[in-house]
Design a protein around this ligand. Structure first.
Ligand code: ZN
Length: 681
């Protein structure tokens, strides 16, 4: 069944205009050549309706099957039906977040709501459920049996066996949840704030290229915005504490005040839905089908992460405070808005690492090519740019992925900021792959510096941005490799949600490998590879902050979880932020900030932000195999591709990991990483 959540889940295409509800038989052309990408808002809307009509026809065809039900006479039609839903869902889901044209974004939001309503209709369709239940599975392969079992469970979780009046309420709640979620995201995305500076001296401490990119505007002021490329360097390098505090408050008030009510309504609707379905609350409901398995396990895991990082977090915090006391001798604490600045100083003073020194080696184009090269080597694939496509923005590029002569997928890179675009980094499906039917297509959406913004085409990235690029590319490869299963419901990234961040977080590890780094990190002027000594410093400096960052992540996880693991009566999310930040994070709540209003994951991930750390624990364990065999060991990488990535959701994620490691995964690799005691890779 398709989840209506947008970011990571499936897929795409759009040939929908070919269909009409009067079509006697549905014909699908899923070839890449006929895949429409950019069109008018009206065409998008027509295409969405076409997909939904086609899906309805397929639903009727499934019900009309006579004689004993088999995977061939039922699941193949269901595949086709899901491909249509996926196409409509993914295209609208992408364009509502990235399309430069406001009409397109509005139509895409409308399309997402229609798709969502249709998914609700299907998920409550008793006749369809019984058709699936009637499939004779004896003698079928394990993946087919697993797919059907999982599917039936998803129908039950959606409410298919509830009485009509309950179903009616669930359907209404589902659409309200989608609308509130869209509003929540839109309020964040559209609320780009600008801090106006009156004099260039207020940019003291910032890199030259940053200063050059921030000239005085027509209104006589220098504008520093809350987008990543503006915000992150300012918080790290600006020597002006008061300006950093101001920008922090702007950043942490995006979406405020509107999103307070939106969020609290969203939480209440989810709570009501969970209770209607017989669960104690939304956290109880949403954890049930994850690896973690239950609300109690999720709570225990968050405590485990908080506990294991506490000491290291205190050490890190003390180092920041000691450093701050050089500037402010009687300082008694480090504020959340000072963390980036003093972390940079600690790295400079204690580890002799200056992140500015690394930037000249991370020019955007070289980094992109470097990621292509290292993943080509590891996984035996190659990339070819596709020219001549009409894409939604001139900065977007298209690429085909090949394994030998065989094409195995296509992706788009939408990598630079622009107005009204999704402000974080994520992979969006464009079309989920199904064996023999269509290739996987996906889009990476990021906000890295744009080569076009400088005269010489150079766009220097922060190490952290390079790491984000590797991370998102891990999602992309997962989608590409997994998008070749026979059944749509097993294909692509369809594993348990709390496993989804494991392949992406694991790919970040390659950035700490000297050979990998030196293969692409060349100085933008001299072409010299990044020096060994600088790599050592990067690695040493990366030891700093693990504890406090893990503790802060435990705070995010606890906030996400506790918004939903409680009675909503009397919930005040601002108070909850204050309470949990005090409990988990070394950094105190900053008065006047409203982080919950711009923590976008409270919509998409709802209660399960813990999944990042859960996946990271698994990622560290999977990487331990590479640490042993050699980070660039091609045999190990191919085994990983074959055992973990390619199977998609055709078996439980714990089994995929066990197939690769030859044992069950555990917590120990993560603990060693946190202590800095893991074997030097
Ligand atoms: Zn991710």
């Amino acid at each position: 069944m398709f989840s209506s959540s947008r970011t990571l889940l499936p897929t795409i295409v759009l040939i929908g205009m070919l269909f009409s509800s009067t079509a006697a038989a549905v014909q699908s052309d899923w070839a890449l050549e006929s895949m429409p990408i950019d069109r008018s808002a009206e065409q998008l809307s027509v295409a969405t309706l076409g997909h939904l009509d086609a899906a309805r026809v397929l639903r009727d065809e499934i019900l009309a099957v006579e004689g004993p039900r088999t995977p061939e006479n039922t699941l193949l039609l269901l595949n086709e039906l899901y491909m249509h839903i996926d196409a409509a869902s993914s295209e609208n889901g992408l364009f509502e977040e990235v399309h430069p044209d406001a009409d397109m974004r509005a139509v895409a939001e409308e399309g997402s709501r229609s798709v969502s309503a249709f998914i609700t209709e299907l998920s409550l369709d008793r006749a369809l459920y019984e058709a699936l239940e009637g499939i004779e599975l004896e003698g079928e392969d394990a993946a087919t049996q697993f797919a059907v079992k999982k599917e039936l469970r998803d129908y039950r979780r959606a409410g298919v066996d509830q009485p009509p009046e309950v179903q009616g309420r669930i359907a209404a709640l589902n659409s309200e949840i989608v609308e509130l979620g869209q509003e929540f995201s839109r309020n964040i995305k559209d609320d780009v704030r600008v801090m106006k500076l009156t004099d260039v001296s207020q940019l003291e401490g910032l890199p030259d290229d940053y200063i050059a990119a921030h000239p005085v505007q027509d209104d006589g002021a220098i504008h520093v915005s809350t987008t990543y490329p503006d915000y992150i360097p300012f918080m790290r390098y600006s020597t002006q504490p008061e300006l950093r505090r101001q920008l922090y408050l702007e950043y942490n008030n995006r979406g405020y005040p509107r999103n307070v009510v939106v969020l609290e309504s969203l939480i209440a609707k989810r709570d009501e839905k969970a209770k209607l379905l017989g669960y104690e609350n939304w956290a109880d409901y949403v954890t049930e089908d994850k690896m973690v398995g239950s609300e109690a396990n999720a709570a225990a895991f968050i405590e485990q992460i908080a506990g294991v990082s506490r000491e290291a977090a205190e050490r890190d915090y003390q180092m920041l405070l000691d450093t701050k006391r050089q500037d402010v001798p009687d300082a008694t604490g480090v504020a959340d808005w000072e963390k980036g600045y003093y972390s940079e100083k600690v790295r400079a003073e204690q580890y002799d690492f200056d992140s500015q020194a690394a930037r000249p080696y991370f020019d955007y184009e070289r980094v992109r090519q470097g990621i292509f090269d290292v993943t080509s080597r590891l996984f035996g694939v190659r990339y070819e740019q596709v020219a001549g496509l009409d894409l939604w923005d001139e900065d977007v590029t298209a690429w085909d992925l090949f394994d030998g002569d065989e094409q195995i997928g296509r992706f788009f890179l939408d990598m630079h900021p622009r107005d009204n675009k999704y402000g974080h980094a994520a992979q969006f499906g464009y079309r989920s792959g199904v064996e023999g039917e269509r290739l996987p297509v996906a889009t990476l959406v990021c906000n890295f510096p744009n080569p076009k913004d400088s005269d010489d085409g150079v766009a220097l990235m922060e190490f952290g941005q390079v790491s984000t690029f590797f991370h998102e590319f891990g999602h992309l490869l997962h989608t590409m490799f997994a998008g070749h299963r026979r059944w749509a419901m097993n294909s692509g990234i369809s594993t348990e949600w709390d496993f989804v961040e494991a392949p992406s977080q694991m790919l970040e590890e390659w950035l700490y490998d000297a050979e990998t780094l030196q293969s692409f990190a060349m100085h933008y002027e001299t072409g010299e590879p990044i020096p060994e000594a600088l790599i050592d410093k990067i690695r040493a400096a990366a030891e700093f902050g693990k504890g406090m960052n893990t503790a802060h992540q435990a705070f995010y996880a606890a906030l996400s979880f506790n918004c939903y693991a409680r009675d909503v009566e009397g919930l005040d999310t601002t108070e909850l932020v204050q309470e949990l930040q005090a409990k988990y994070s070394p950094f105190a709540y900053v008065d006047g900030s409203h982080f919950q209003c711009n923590f976008g994951h409270l919509n998409g991930y709802s209660a399960i932000y813990y999944t990042y750390k859960w996946s990271e624990v698994i990622a560290k364990d999977m990487f331990s195999r590479f640490a042993e065999d050699g980070v660039l060991n091609e045999e190990t990488a191919r085994l990983y591709r074959e055992k973990v990535l390619e199977p998609g959701g055709s078996k439980p994620a714990a089994e995929l990991v066990e197939d690769f490691l030859g044992r069950e995964y555990g917590f120990e690799s993560f603990r060693q990483w946190l202590d800095g005691s893991e074997a030097d890779a």
